[in-house]
Design a protein around this ligand. Structure first.
Ligand SMILES: NC(=O)C1=CN([C@@H]2O[C@H](COP(=O)(O)OP(=O)(O)OC[C@H]3O[C@@H](n4cnc5c(N)ncnc54)[C@H](OP(=O)(O)O)[C@@H]3O)[C@@H](O)[C@H]2O)C=CC1
Ligand SMILES: C=C(/C=C/[C@@H](C)[C@H]1CC[C@H]2C3=CC=C4C[C@@H](O)CC[C@]4(C)[C@H]3CC[C@]12C)C(C)C
Length: 270
C-alpha cells in the first residue's frame, strides 16, 4: 500500500484474495471475460444466420479467434499461477474493472459491427482471408507454445512434472533439456524455445492476435482496432515495469540474460 487512497484503490492491496477455495483473481481473469467474449461471438454468428441466412467468413474468424483464447485459458489453467498477473498484479479496481467490463465489452467491437452492418462493407478476397486466418493461427501457436514453455519450465524447476493432457497440447509446448541462466537469486531464466529469440515472444504473438481481431473488418471503421491500440499501451507499460523489476531482482544475471537474448520483441529488429 502506498498510503495514497486513490492509487491504492486503483492498484489494490491484496495479491491473491480467496473466498474459500476460490481464488478471486484467477476466477475473474479466466472464467468470466473470455467466456462472455466467446458467447458474444457466437451470438454475432447467430444474428447473421438469422438475418442473412449464412455466417460470413469474418464472423467465423472471430468465433474461431475467441474460442482459441477461451480454450487456451481453460486447457492451460494450471500454467496461469506462474504468471505476472498472479504474482505481481494486485486485486484492485484496475484488474476488477477490466475483467468485468473492459475485456468482455471492448475487445469485440468487430462482432458488434458485423452483426449490424451489411457484409459488403467488410468483404475480402480469398487470398486475404487465407492471410488473416494463417496469421491468426500462427500467432496463436507462438503465444500458446511460448507461454506454455515458460510456465512449464518454471513448474519443472519447482518439481511439478505432472501436466494435464488437455486439447490441444501444441507441438514443442514442453522443452526437452532446456537451456537457462541460473541466477544468484535462485530462479532460472529460460533461454531456449521461443525464449531464445526474444524476451517477450508471448507479447508479440498476443498483440498480433489482437490486431487480427480488428483487421477482420478491414478499413470499414477504426473502432474495432481499439483492442490492439489499448493492448500495445498496456504491454509497453508492463514491459518497462517488468524489466525494471527483473533488473533489480536479478542484477548482473539479468544483464547476462539480456546479452544472451538481446531482442526485446522481434528478433533482428527490436
Ligand atoms: N488479452 C489481454 O487482455 C491480456 C493478455 N495478457 C497476456 O498474458 C500473458 C502474460 O504473460 P506473463 O508470463 O504473466 O507475463 P510476462 O511474460 O511479462 O512474465 C514476466 C515474468 O516472467 C518471468 N520471466 C521473464 N522472462 C523469463 C524467462 N526467460 N525465463 C523464466 N522466467 C521469465 C519473470 O518473473 P520471475 O523471474 O520473477 O518469475 C518476469 O517478471 C501474455 O501473453 C500477455 O500478452 C496480459 C494482459 C492482458
Ligand atoms: C491481465 C488480465 C488478464 C490476463 C490473462 C488473460 C492472461 C494472464 C496469464 C495468461 C496465460 C498464462 C499461461 C497460458 C498457458 C498457455 O499454454 C495458454 C495461454 C495461457 C493460459 C495464458 C492465457 C491468458 C492469461 C490467462 C486482465 C486484467 C485483462
Amino acid at each position: 500500500m502506498s498510503g495514497n487512497f486513490i492509487y491504492d484503490v486503483f492498484m489494490g492491496a491484496i495479491l491473491n484474495p480467496r473466498i474459500g477455495p476460490i481464488d478471486l483473481k484467477m476466477w475473474a481473469e479466466v472464467r468470466i471475460p473470455w467466456v462472455i467474449v466467446f458467447f458474444l461471438s457466437v451470438s454475432g454468428g447467430c444474428k447473421q444466420y438469422e438475418t442473412l441466412g449464412y455466417v460470413t467468413p469474418n464472423m467465423a474468424f472471430m468465433i474461431l479467434a475467441t474460442w482459441l483464447y477461451l480454450n487456451a485459458c481453460a486447457k492451460a489453467e494450471e500454467c496461469i499461477p506462474q504468471t505476472w498477473d498472479m504474482y505481481h498484479e494486485k486485486w484492485g479496481f484496475m484488474v476488477i474493472f477490466w475483467n468485468f467490463a473492459g475485456v468482455p465489452f471492448s475487445y469485440i467491437y468487430s462482432i458488434v459491427y458485423m452483426a449490424r452492418q451489411d457484409p459488403s462493407k467488410y468483404q475480402f478476397s480469398t487470398p486475404t482471408y487465407v492471410l488473416l486466418y494463417t496469421t491468426l493461427l500462427a500467432a496463436y501457436y507462438i503465444w500458446d507454445c511460448s507461454m506454455s514453455q515458460k510456465s512449464r519450465f518454471k513448474m519443472q524447476t519447482q518439481g511439478l512434472t505432472n501436466f494435464r493432457k488437455t486439447f490441444p497440447q501444441v507441438p514443442w509446448c514442453i522443452i526437452e533439456n532446456p537451456t537457462y541462466i541460473q541466477t544468484a537469486h535462485g530462479n532460472r531464466l529460460l533461454t531456449s524455445g521461443w525464449w531464445a529469440y526474444s524476451r517477450k515472444p508471448n507479447y508479440v504473438a498476443d498483440w498480433i492476435m489482437s490486431f487480427c481481431w480488428g483487421a477482420i473488418i478491414g478499413t470499414a471503421t477504426p473502432i474495432p482496432y481499439f483492442y490492439s491500440v489499448f493492448f500495445i499501451v498496456v504491454l509497453v507499460h508492463r514491459v518497462s515495469r517488468d524489466f525494471e523489476r527483473c533488473s533489480v531482482k536479478y542484477g548482473k544475471d539479468w544483464d547476462r540474460y539480456c546479452e544472451v537474448v538481446p531482442y526485446k520483441f522481434i528478433p533482428g529488429v527490436f
